[in-house]
Design a protein around this ligand. Structure first.
Ligand code: IPM
Ligand code: MG
Length: 358
């Protein structure tokens, strides 16, 4: 029997609560499926680790997880530690060296969940945002001079490479091609940013030629926010730069009903390194330890993980279980306006997995 080794990194805040719920659900799925096994290795990296050791993960941390089949991640972020340290010390310290350049963020209005958009009942909003995840505005290029002096100056340079843009465009076109509508929107800002974003547009035109069956268009990022809000049905697959997609994916999650349900895959499509799966929501220290964190974002991410591992049946079974549970408003956590707990939602999803007959 196949067995997959999963590294879990719960991280900070509600990360620990949702990842342990995710592990329970994955174990129930493996038991229900019978065709594969899962072995979990837990890594206690994050804010608490930083307070003890002065770093977010050990020096050889990446080596410790390099051989795993996938990584299930909670969140990094701690009220006592600056955000750029937690981010660069853990999440980006894994994503970037493991070349997880394709960040995939599906957004749908799940059954039982109400979109804040008046005219959206469900099917009008079914998107996948592809975020460039290795360079651009998150390249880490920049610097500060004359710190603290009145003449201080600072830069954050967005680095785009032809190789980096080409591979994410190809990934996005291929993903669009695999979806029924074969429709891609390339988000840009080449009207104002006349170098890297113009190259981005040019490469989109080049790559599009490889995918004659994909219909595609271009949207300036500011106009894209209006389109997402006013004409969600005109969108299917979206590709955008690291920062643009970061912003648009929060908007997408809110329009689909809650940040608490939104999933992410950080993929290394060539499988030279493990890929990493995580809910979009952050560490949410305000609700930490209260047992009310919404685990659905982690469950959905776990479903993406199973797909990536090559277990589409289990992935689909998990999505069916999630949808059965979200359909019942009595099982909504506070972020969805309900009163259910993480425990109740997890138990209900496990029960739905056990009862699933497909
Ligand atoms: C995300 C998050 C992160 C990001 C934060 C936590 C730094 O917002 O995954 O979208 O900006 O990449
Ligand atoms: Mg974000």
């Amino acid at each position: 029997m196949k067995s997959y080794r999963i590294a879990t990194i719960p991280g900070d805040g509600i990360g620990t609560e949702v990842v342990s719920a995710g592990v329970e659900v994955l174990e129930a799925l493996a038991a229900r499926d019978g065709g594969f096994g899962l072995a979990f290795d837990h890594f206690d990296w994050g804010g608490a680790y930083y307070k003890k050791h002065g770093r977010m993960m050990p020096e050889d941390g990446r080596e410790q997880i390099r051989g795993h089949d996938a990584i299930l991640f909670g969140s990094a972020g701690h009220p006592d530690i600056p955000d750029h340290i937690t981010l660069w010390g853990l999440r980006l310290a894994i994503c970037q060296p493991f070349d997880q350049y394709a960040n995939v963020r599906p957004t749908r209005v799940l059954p039982g969940i109400t979109s804040p958009l008046r005219h959206v009942s469900g099917p009008e909003l079914d998107w996948v945002i592809v975020r460039e995840n290795s360079e651009g505005e998150y390249a880490g290029v920049g610097g500060r001079v004359h710190q603290g002096l009145p003449i201080e100056a600072a830069t954050d340079v967005s680095m785009m490479t032809r190789a980096g843009v080409t591979r994410i465009m190809r990934f996005a076109f291929r993903l669009a091609q695999s979806r029924p509508r074969k429709l891609l929107t390339v988000v840009t800002k080449s009207n104002a940013q006349r170098y890297a974003m113009v190259m981005w547009d040019e490469i989109a035109v080049e790559v599009a030629k490889e995918f004659p069956d994909v219909t595609w268009d271009k949207a300036i990022v500011d106009a894209m926010t209006m389109r997402m809000t006013l004409k969600p049905e005109t969108i299917d697959t979206v590709v955008a730069t690291n920062l643009h997609a970061d912003i648009l994916s929060d908007l997408a999650a809110a329009l689909a009903g809650s940040l608490g349900i939104a999933p992410t895959a950080n993929l290394n499509p060539e499988r030279e390194f493990p890929s990493m799966f995580e809910p979009i929501h952050g560490s949410a220290f305000d609700i930490m330890g209260k047992g009310v964190a919404n685990p659905v974002g982690t469950f959905w991410s776990a479903s993406m993980m199973l797909d990536h591992l090559g277990e589409p049946k289990a992935a689909a079974r998990l999505m069916r279980a999630i949808e059965r549970v979200t359909a019942d408003t009595a099982l909504h956590t506070p972020d969805l306006g309900g009163r259910a707990t993480t425990r109740q939602v997890t138990d209900a999803v496990i029960a739905a997995i056990k009862a699933d007959n497909e």
